[in-house]
Ligand binder design. Structure first.
Ligand code: HPA
Length: 270
């Protein structure tokens, strides 16, 4: 695994010596953000030796290197999901890669189902914590000692400092911001109503199929993390509506302007 990571790193470094400060992972339907920044260069995932390539419709697959304001960033436009069949170590490989490229800070975004009864489709939720119990840990296997310790502390995965940056950025942008705990399950099926009730009893406010594993891998290697969910729908059983990916996309599209404003402000401030 270590070798694979180093092969990918070398492969990127043959193409660019760009030094990002902030890494950004874009969730379902939020990928457009990367097209609007000052792009320095892009690297297609398929051009990186050994890199896991995403298969979901609507997910682009490339790293975008460029600037948000004056801040050098690397953006993952399209992420790799566990439900696609990759081992968890591959799912978090891009995250680790962005860390090794020099990004000390990571902003994670996703589309998620709202579990908290006070949430509405189109809301933004800042992650205060997560529950990753529903997926295998990305840290299982021989520990990569160069990256971090065998038993890493996870008591502040989402940095308190970045949480404050996200709150003040939302206020500055006039964007209403919810807060809560994100639960990651494997997907690809949406949850049953009983599973949604379980997530609520666990203490979750939103549920999705990404993010927590990436946050764990990033925290393991000492990155400072912030997270935002776009609540694209009420979770299963909370309304009469059946869930489908189209609704997720449509809601993400509808709020994409606010999302862009908010993420830009966060990156400029963080
Ligand atoms: N559940 C899981 N993942 C999701 C959902 C959901 O309701 N909405 C968007 N991603």
């Amino acid at each position: 695994m270590k070798n694979k990571l180093m092969t990918c790193l070398a492969s990127i470094r043959e193409k660019t010596d760009f030094q990002p400060e902030v890494a950004l992972i874009l969730g379902s339907g939020l990928g457009d953000y990367a097209d609007g920044i000052r792009i320095e260069t892009t690297v297609e995932y398929s051009d990186i030796e050994g890199f896991p390539v995403s298969t979901v419709k609507g997910h682009k697959g490339r790293f975008v290197f460029g600037y948000v304001g004056e801040v050098p960033v690397v953006i993952m436009q399209g992420r790799v999901h566990y439900y696609e069949g990759y081992p968890m170590s591959d799912v978090v490989l891009p995250t680790r890669l962005m860390g090794l490229l020099g990004a000390k800070k990571l902003i994670l975004t996703n589309a998620a189902g709202g579990i908290n009864e006070n949430f509405h489709p189109g809301d933004f939720m800042m992650l205060t914590d997560h529950i990753a119990t529903g997926v295998p840990s990305p840290l299982i296997g021989p520990n990569m000692e160069d990256l971090g310790p065998r038993f890493p502390d996870m008591s502040e995965v989402y940095s308190k400092r970045i949480q404050n940056v996200i709150r003040s950025s939302a206020e500055a942008c006039g964007v209403d911001l919810k807060e809560g705990v994100y639960v990651q399950l494997t997907g690809p099926a949406y949850e049953t109503p009983a599973e949604v009730r379980m997530c609520r009893i666990w203490g979750g406010d939103a549920v999705g199929m990404s993010t927590a594993c990436e946050a764990m891998a990033a925290r393991h290697m000492g990155m400072e993390i912030g997270g935002i969910s776009c609540i694209t729908n009420l979770a299963a059983g909370m309304s009469n509506q059946k869930l489908d990916h189209k609704e997720v996309q449509e809601t993400a599209d509808r709020v994409s302007k606010d999302f862009k404003k908010l993420v830009t402000k966060i990156i400029e401030t963080v």
